[in-house]
Ligand binder design. Structure first.
Ligand code: UDP
Ligand code: MG
Length: 147
């Protein structure tokens, strides 16, 4: 049976993006969140469809890079996870690091596992919600079954 998310606990959404999934980095990345002390509350493997990506990246849907971004995000399966714990939204963003993998700090997930592949799109290994409001919105998009 699917366990609904506990409304009294803070959650965030992470997407282990297709570049990382393809490279077999899923386990290593999830391990970092567990080692930090966050709990895996939900987990699945999905291939994203365009409509879901448009919703997820609503703030970027009209930007010049959206077409490239959508095709990158649908280029292979992704691992979608809900992480739980006090301050997990901010904590996950700290573990993830800056958007550009070339300059993301070493020690962060993007800094350690990401690089520029010259693909015309920022392939940066992982997504994490950037605020509590975003986390709530994004969890509803990727885990409608847990609402
Ligand atoms: N992105 C891109 N080109 C850009 C900016 C962003 O391909 O010029 C992609 C990148 O994968 C990034 C995502 O769009 O992670 C969302 O961008 P945002 O600025 O919200 O970065 P994030 O919150 O993921 O660090
Ligand atoms: Mg963002």
């Amino acid at each position: 049976m699917i366990q609904a998310l506990d409304p009294n606990v803070e959650h965030t959404l992470i997407l282990i993006k297709p570049d990382a999934y393809r490279r077999g980095l899923t386990g290593e990345i999830l391990a970092r969140f567990e080692r930090k002390g966050y709990r895996l509350a939900a987990l699945k493997v999905v291939v994203a469809d365009e409509q879901t990506l448009r919703e997820h990246y609503a703030e970027h849907a009209s930007k010049h890079f959206f077409t490239e971004l959508a095709s990158y995000m649908a280029s292979a399966p992704m691992v979608v996870a809900a992480l739980a714990g006090e301050q997990v939204v901010a904590g996950a963003r700290t573990l993830v690091g800056a958007t550009q993998p070339t300059t993301a700090d070493p020690g962060t997930i993007r800094g350690d596992f990401g690089r520029d592949w010259g693909s015309g799109c920022v392939e940066n290994v992982i997504h994490a919600s950037d605020s509590r409001a975003a986390a709530e919105r994004e969890l509803a998009i990727w885990f409608p079954e847990l609402a």
